[in-house]
Structure formats: C-alpha cells, structure tokens
Design a binder for this molecule. Structure first.
Ligand code: DX5
Ligand code: ZN
Length: 244
C-alpha cells in the first residue's frame, strides 16, 4: 500500500488539509468510515484518543489506529487527549500515526515528548485548549510541525464552534510567518468546524481543517470536503505562506 506523503514534506508548501474526524464515524464500522473519508478525498484522517481523565470521555486506542492504517493510505492525524501521553507515544506511532499531537496542558516534559515523537518518526504537533493563551507555546513552537487550536472544549463531537478562539489563531498565524510568505508550522483547527465556520478559521489563518459531524453527517461527504478545501484555498490566496 502506498502511504500518502504530507504535502509540506513533498513540496514544502502550505496547502489546505481537510481531515474528517473519525469520532463522528460509525462506531460499529470504523473501517468503513475511514474508507468513506478517503474516498471522499480527505487529505488525512483525524483520530481522537481520550483517556477519561484529561477529558471526561473515552474514545479509541492504538488498535483502532492500526486498523485505520490497514484500511486507508491517507495520513493518520492522531490527537492525544491524555493527561500522561508519555507512556503511549511509541504505541501510537507504531500503529501508524503520521502526525501525533499532544496537549500543552498535559503533564510531563512536553518539549522532550515532542522531540521523542519526531525521533520515533512521526510529525509532532501541539494542541491547546480554547482558553489556553498562545504564549504557553513559546518553549515548544520550534519543535513542532503543527499547532492545533481547539475551538471547542475537547472531549465530545458535535459542539458549537467558539469564535472567541479566532484572534488566537490569527496571532499564531502572524507569528508563524518567519518572513513574509514563509511559515514555520501548519496551523490546525478542531471543533465545531462546518461549512460556515470553516471560512472564519481559514481567514484567521488555519490550513488544517478537522471536521467530524459536518463531514460525516453531510449528504455528500465528497462535496463537503471539496467545498472546505476551496474555502481554505481562497482564504490563503490572500495570505500565501510556504513552510521552510
Ligand atoms: C473533540 C475532538 C474533535 C471532534 C470534532 O474533542 O477533538 O476532533 O471529533 O468533532 P466536531 O467536528 O463534530 O466538532
Ligand atoms: Zn480532535
């Protein structure tokens, strides 16, 4: 099976990445849901891992990631909502995580964990909750390939997008521009993203769009993915940005 390479490594350009979140898929048939996302033209599959501690819910484990790895060839974008991610990095990367994002609010030596993710062969990402200020990212910004801004309180799908996070996304977008048009990391948004809120997120600067309910419940997932990609591409034409 050919594994799709990340766009930022193959051509070094920031391009829209539309990632359906499997949390909104069919819990009775995750394999088919993963295939559905790939067939709809998704750039990656987002997978939420919850530990019933960092967030008040449980979701999927590394076996589900391994199953998805065997089912589809698009990258697996794995979001660890875990209080102690250090014990699990290796198993999720071995299971096939392409990008592994941990929370800045988690316990442990976060910079060391991000370095370890890279050393283990995955792309390190850092995620921050809606209320967490971007200043908390200062010690890790140079270590990550992606910053993920939560636009809901993590733990559940189907929540309302929090527009109050948009200024933070925009601040991060401006700070990731090392010089005009050159960006240091990808900027992702997760939670309540739909056909309307995607344009707000994209205009603020997000290029990795994670959407569960809006895409899995769309009558035509493929049209939903295409539309989101168009919206992001149009917003980014206004502030073109390549990775270094
Ligand atoms: C929430 C998860 C999200 C969730 C998004 O804790 O991190 O990835 O699946 O779902 P929607 O798009 O329905 O808000
Ligand atoms: Zn998520």
């Amino acid at each position: 099976m050919t594994i799709k390479q990340p766009s930022y490594h193959t051509n070094m350009k920031i391009e829209p990445w539309i990632c359906p979140s499997l949390l909104a898929g069919d819990f009775g048939d995750f394999r088919q849901s993963a295939i559905k996302a790939q067939n709809a033209g998704a750039d990656a599959l987002h997978m939420d891992v919850m530990d019933a501690n960092f967030v008040p819910n449980l979701s999927m484990n590394s076996d589900v990631v391994a199953m998805a790895r065997s089912a589809v060839s698009i990258p697996l974008h794995v979001h660890l909502m875990m209080i102690r991610p250090e014990f699990y990095l290796e198993q999720f990367i071995q299971a096939g995580a392409h990008t592994l994002t941990i929370h800045i609010e988690a316990r442990g030596d976060i910079p060391a964990l991000l370095r370890r993710i890279r050393a283990l062969g995955a792309h390190p990402g850092i995620t921050l909750n809606p209320e967490t200020p971007f200043a908390t990212l200062a010690p890790v910004l140079e270590l990550v390939d992606e910053v993920l801004c939560m636009t809901v309180h993590p733990g559940f799908g189907g929540q309302r997008f929090m527009p109050e996070v948009l200024p933070k996304i925009n601040e991060l977008h401006r700070r990731r521009m090392i010089k005009p048009g050159v960006c240091a990391f990808r900027l992702a948004v997760d939670g309540g993203v739909d056909e309307t809120t995607v344009s707000q997120a994209a205009q603020a600067g997000a290029d990795v769009i994670i959407a569960g309910s809006a895409l899995f419940r769309a009558a035509d997932m493929s049209a939903g993915v295409d539309k989101m990609r168009r919206v992001v591409a149009e917003a980014h034409a206004a502030h073109a940005c390549s990775t270094i």
